[in-house]
Design a protein around this ligand. Structure first.
Ligand code: ADP
Ligand code: ZN
Length: 745
């Protein structure tokens, strides 16, 4: 018997080995082995087992087997190969992205004490404890009231030594103590499990049935689940996962950003308990490798996580859900492979014969177009669960407001301020969206007018109040604000313009000194579980006003939040990119969806400097179908996706002249080779210099009539760019190939 072994070397070339007799039983597809490569013994993965070999040289033998279970499934290997071909990235690099950095670990998750009440207890016993041991009684009450086992350590605030008290209670036969595995980070990232009775309404029932039918068939079946915010999509996923598990199949749920969605994790946890693994960036290396091997061993049946969870080595995958499928965070832009987890999810589902559900209240135009052209089955939940009304939306024309009020740098309009005040009086909550972090994003010299840029990037540097620093949001460069002078005229008259979340926060604190205010953005979320704790506080009503960047716009479900304020709806709308309209629409629509999710009527105030802009207008009327119609027409006229296929070659280097010359040289060589393409550029990117690298790009668009499925474009790229390093002297320059890029900035 022979085996093809792939090693994580740069090109991931595969080599043929003999499988020695002693290893025949243990070796399977996806097993990790040690085998001689050159003079060393290297770790590789078995990707094929054959009885014959076409290799004519002398084949060496595999030395030993590393693990007792395979670390990738054959389907997952097939996916890795597809990614390598499609995203034009060496196999080794794809494999490096897919597999955790380390696969062997001594790590074992800690065991923790949990406690649960004994179901039936005599009243007299409880009465006597209440009298004699009030401390024990207090703790017992908490345990009794919770209807699932709770961590003994969580009782710390009620007793100095909770374990001793629990032991005493156990002796009295009031509670049972259990030692359970404490899974990596699950508790830190999820809310306490919720227990609620779920009764599907008619819409949900219809959707659920269609998914069941597809799951039963065990064939590739892609769906677009389009459900307004709060329509109960998450309950649909839970039901589908239930069904999968009952059929001994497994499931992956992809979320845009797991720390933003502790509620969803909590809901899954309460239903599926320890069958669930969370896969996210905050796991340590050893927790990752432990989780990975547990999945390989079949210990976890459901994996929830951000984009790389799509590579979870689950066997028998029955279902993949991509929640908020339009989110840009599903795209990995650097390093290669530059992949989109939603597209990879579809391919994986195809290889595994599973159901794929792309889900959203505001689908991407691509997925929506696939529904219109019937390439994907459409499921619709048009109403909020429980009949919650959609919010009333007010648009404030900020130019008019500022002129009328004479307050030209006013950030909060009179209307928004009044509405916030109303909410505070009624003890309801407010969400404020300002999609820009920091305090002031623009620093301008008051004397000569020049704008302060990051020295490494050609973008403005932002002022951050908390650290009193100037910070570049691209490369992280910081400098102290103190003693700064203008780069041009050397005067110290620097003025701070524009509004970031920190400025909104300080305005709120001044205007509403008695309100409790919290802020969520990248700067606050870097601190451990800060995000989850803020969300919990907001959920418990301990925060009146929660403000933040787009982080607060999605997935969250707060019954008492009845007002959403969008401080500046135009942010990002004027960037030169074909997706900005779609993005802005989705953000406003999603943020509006946070208002009034239960009985109380919600309101939204949208502040804008362009009230007549069609994106803002359609978003404010919450008219998705109309906006999507307009946007698709525009895309078709301009030949942009979903009506064409797009690829981008990015040329980067430290010297602008050299980057520019190299770009032209490449362009000149290839532009004649294929006539069925539209080629834009070469031109400097909109963000021309980032991290000391100058950036140029050449953009390729397929033409619908000549290349409807983008195959010719892909062939063209393969032909011309696969060996680009060999044909051109790159020197210090680099070339990135970006297939289906999300943005052209
Ligand atoms: P979405 O994911 O579409 O935003 P959710 O699944 O979060 O919507 O549903 C909104 C709220 O309604 C949640 O609190 C959810 O638990 C509740 N809900 C949805 N469907 C049901 C149901 N069939 N029975 C009980 N509660 C439901
Ligand atoms: Zn910078």
């Amino acid at each position: 018997m022979f085996a093809e072994v792939a090693f994580p070397i740069s090109n991931f070339q595969t080599f043929t080995y003999v499988i020695p007799k002693g290893l025949k039983k243990g070796i399977q597809l996806g097993s990790r082995v040690l085998a001689p490569l050159g003079k060393r013994n290297c770790q590789g993965i078995i990707i094929k087992i054959t009885s014959k070999t076409s290799y004519l040289g002398k084949t060496k033998a595999i030395n030993s087997l590393v693990d007792d279970v395979p670390v990738v499934t054959p389907e997952l290997w097939k996916l890795i190969c597809w990614m390598s071909r499609y995203y034009m990235t060496p196999l080794g690099q794809v494999a490096k992205t897919v597999l955790p950095k380390q696969l062997s670990t001594r790590y074992k998750p800690p065991m923790r004490w949990y406690v649960q009440p004994v179901p039936v207890v005599e009243d007299s016993l409880i009465i006597s404890i209440k009298k004699k041991y009030p401390k024990q009684f207090k703790v017992y009450n908490i345990i009794w009231n919770s209807n699932h086992p709770i961590k003994v350590s969580s009782l710390k605030e009620h007793a100095s030594s909770p374990i001793q008290i629990c032991r005493s209670l156990e002796k009295r036969k009031l509670v049972t103590l259990l030692k359970q595995v404490s899974l990596p980070d699950v508790s830190g990232f999820s809310f306490e499990p919720l227990h609620k009775k779920v009764v599907f309404n008619q819409d949900q029932d219809g959707v659920d049935k269609k998914i069941m039918v597809a799951l039963k068939k065990q064939k590739f079946s892609p769906f677009l689940l389009h459900g307004v915010t709060g329509s109960g999509k998450t309950e649909i996923y839970i039901s589908a996962v239930h069904y999968c598990l009952s059929k001994k199949r497994t499931a992956i749920i992809l979320l845009p950003e797991i720390s933003l969605t502790p509620q969803i994790a909590g809901r899954f946890k309460s239903v599926f308990g320890d069958a669930i693994a969370l896969w996210h960036s905050k796991l340590s290396k050893s927790q990752r490798s432990w989780t990975w091997t547990q999945i390989c061993k079949g210990k976890f049946k459901v994996v929830i996580g951000a984009r790389s969870a799509i590579f979870a080595p689950l066997k028998n995958l029955g279902l993949v859900v991509v929640d908020e499928e339009q989110e840009a965070s599903f795209r990995q832009d650097s390093p290669a492979p530059r992949y989109h987890a939603r597209d990879v999810a579809l391919i994986r589902a195809k290889y595994e014969n599973s159901v794929a559900i792309l889900s959203s209240a505001t689908p991407s135009l691509e997925s929506y177009h696939n529904h219109i052209t019937k390439k994907i089955k459409y499921l619709h939940l048009p109403r909020r669960y429980g009949g919650a009304e959609y919010p009333t939306v007010h648009i404030v024309d900020m130019i008019e407001y500022q002129e009328e009020s004479g307050k030209h740098d006013q950030v909060i309009s009179g209307l928004l301020q009044d509405k916030i005040e109303e909410r505070l009086i009624n003890k309801e909550q407010v969400l404020l969206l300002q999609n820009r972090r920091g305090f002031s994003p623009v620093i301008r010299c008051g004397d000569c007018g020049s704008i302060r840029n990051c020295p490494h990037c050609n973008v403005t540097i932002s002022y951050h109040l908390k650290t009193n620093n100037l910070l570049c949001h691209f490369c992280g460069f910081t400098e102290s604000k103190e003693g700064k002078k203008c780069h041009e005229c050397k005067n110290s008259n620097l003025l701070y313009f524009g509004t970031g979340t920190q400025k909104v926060e300080s305005i709120m604190q001044e205007t509403f000194p008695n309100a409790s205010i919290a802020r969520l953005d990248i700067d606050t979320s870097l601190r451990g579980n800060h995000m989850t704790s803020i969300l919990k506080l907001f959920n418990n009503g301990e925060i009146d006003i929660l403000l933040g960047t787009q982080m607060i716009a999605k997935g969250l479900d707060f019954p008492n939040a009845t007002l959403v304020g969008i401080i500046n709806a135009d942010l990002g709308l004027h960037l030169p990119d074909f997706r900005v309209g779609e993005r802005t629409f989705q953000l406003i629509y999603q943020a509006s969806g946070r208002a009034g999710r239960r009985q109380k009527q919600g309101e939204v105030v949208i502040q804008t400097f362009s009230p007549n802009n069609s994106v803002i207008k359609q978003a404010a009327s919450l008219n998705m179908t109309k906006y999507y119609k307009i946007a698709l027409k525009e895309r078709e006229e301009l030949n942009y996706p979903p009506f064409s296929w797009l690829s981008k070659i990015e040329i980067l280097g430290p010297d602008k002249g050299k980057v520019s010359r190299l770009s032209s040289k490449i362009h000149n060589e290839i532009k004649w080779k294929y006539k069925g393409l539209e080629i834009l550029g070469p031109s400097p990117c909109y963000l021309e210099k980032l991290r000391n690298q100058f950036r140029f790009h050449i953009v390729f668009k397929s033409i619908k009539t000549l290349d409807p499925n983008g195959k010719k474009l892909h062939q063209f790229l393969n032909l011309n760019f696969a060996d680009i390093n060999k044909r051109f002297k790159l020197g210090q320059n680099r070339i990135n190939i970006n297939i289906d890029p999300l943005s052209l900035i």
